[in-house]
Design a protein around this ligand. Structure first.
Ligand SMILES: *[C@@H]1O[C@H](CO)[C@@H](O)[C@H](O)[C@H]1NC(C)=O
Ligand SMILES: *[C@@H]1O[C@H](CO)[C@@H](O)[C@H](O)[C@H]1NC(C)=O
Ligand SMILES: *[C@@H]1O[C@H](CO)[C@@H](O)[C@H](O)[C@H]1NC(C)=O
Ligand SMILES: *[C@@H]1O[C@H](CO)[C@@H](O)[C@H](O)[C@H]1NC(C)=O
Length: 245
């Protein structure tokens, strides 16, 4: 009889933990769904492309692997201001560019779109960053071709010989009329060794993302401990109570 009564609180606690885990998991999952579900004219996440720049002697001097989505505001044929999301298609996009000691440039061209990335290296600090990003586009629904550029930017900061990585979606604001959304990005504009990405330096967004499971895990193990202790204390008490009676 008594062992049966004693077991009950533990099984109730286990049920509680299972329900809690299920609830937490559900809320995390539904959050993800809400975050990816975009209003109306979203073209979905862009496909990831591999883009290389080679220097004069044929060795790869800049490597980029990323999915790109342009967010452009322009005046259309009906003289209305519209905002459009346009994905770059890796199989239609041609990379070009050049590398020098302190500057590396990647130009991505689709039929009616040119997107130019310019990276700068500080040879003293051995740090690089994306300093200029420019777009020129002549899309069929535009009243006139547009161009937008941002200089003095400070995005995608990395260390010479290493790559910069950001798995999460990142928004690079360039100009009121143009921002670039990057997905699953890895770039290395300087110091490429033996044709492969160097060690990856991960962006803060990714680090924040990894923090969520850690926090949930810590909270859950804390809860398990509390329940276990409550059970043990309860058992001790009821045992003591049994003895005095
Ligand atoms: C596109 O840019 C506009 C204006 O900056 C902004 O309000 C909107 O949230 C952006 N949309 C996406 C999906 O990036
Ligand atoms: C390069 O980095 C050094 C050290 O951090 C800094 O003092 C210098 O101003 C930087 N140079 C440029 C051109 O930004
Ligand atoms: C893209 O660049 C190429 C080469 O410089 C040029 O011929 C073309 O007109 C440009 N396209 C747009 C849309 O600016
Ligand atoms: C880029 O260069 C790397 C290293 O040389 C190579 O493995 C990869 O296939 C190249 N990618 C493209 C799209 O040319």
């Amino acid at each position: 009889m008594i062992p049966h009564i004693r077991k009950q609180p533990l099984s109730t606690s286990i049920t509680l933990i299972v329900v809690l885990v299920a609830t937490l998991h559900h809320s995390v999952v539904s959050q993800e769904v809400a975050a990816t579900a975009d209003p109306q004219a979203s073209p979905g996440n862009p496909e990831r492309g591999d883009y290389n720049v080679t220097n004069g002697n044929g060795t790869v001097c800049l490597m980029a692997r990323m999915g790109l989505q342009l967010n452009v505001t322009f005046t259309n044929m009906e003289n209305k201001t519209v905002q459009e999301l346009v994905n770059l298609h890796p199989n239609l996009t041609k990379p070009a560019g050049s590398c020098s000691g302190e500057t590396a440039t990647l130009i991505l061209s689709e039929e009616k779109t040119n997107l130019t990335f310019s990276f700068s290296l500080n040879v003293t600090s051995k740090k690089y960053h994306l300093s200029t990003l420019s777009l020129s586009a002549a899309w069929p629904d535009m009243a006139a071709p547009m161009s937008a550029a941002g200089s003095d930017l400070d995005y995608l900061r990395g260390t010479l010989g290493r790559s910069y990585m950001c798995r999460e979606e990142q928004v690079l604001m360039v100009d009121p009329s143009f921002s670039l959304n990057t997905y699953q990005l890895q770039v290395q504009p300087f110091g490429i060794n033996s044709g492969a990405f160097g060690e990856a330096e991960e962006c803060e967004l990714d680090e924040d993302d990894m923090l969520i499971p850690i926090i949930v895990g810590a909270a859950l193990s804390g809860l398990v401990l509390i329940v276990l202790m409550a059970y043990l204390i309860g058992r001790k008490r009821s045992h003591a109570g049994y003895q005095t009676i």
